[in-house]
Design a protein around this ligand. Structure first.
Ligand SMILES: [Zn+2]
Length: 60
């Protein structure tokens, strides 16, 4: 089941509460924080976004 567009609208970064962008690549689906200072990328596992700062990939 793909992520529903309506779901994205209610998703916010748990670190800074900015909206999240769906930035799914071929290999790893991710939800990426739109804040330039934050920019954490959250994994999506089994179509479920894991909105945990501890699980997020930090920007380079
Ligand atoms: Zn953020």
């Amino acid at each position: 089941m793909p992520l529903e567009a309506g779901l994205l609208e209610i998703l916010a970064c748990p670190a800074c509460h900015a909206p999240l962008n769906d930035r799914t690549t071929a290999e790893t689906p991710e939800l990426v924080c739109t804040s330039e200072e934050c920019g954490l990328a959250y994994p999506v596992r089994d179509d479920i976004p894991v909105l945990l700062v501890d699980e997020a990939r930090r920007p380079a």
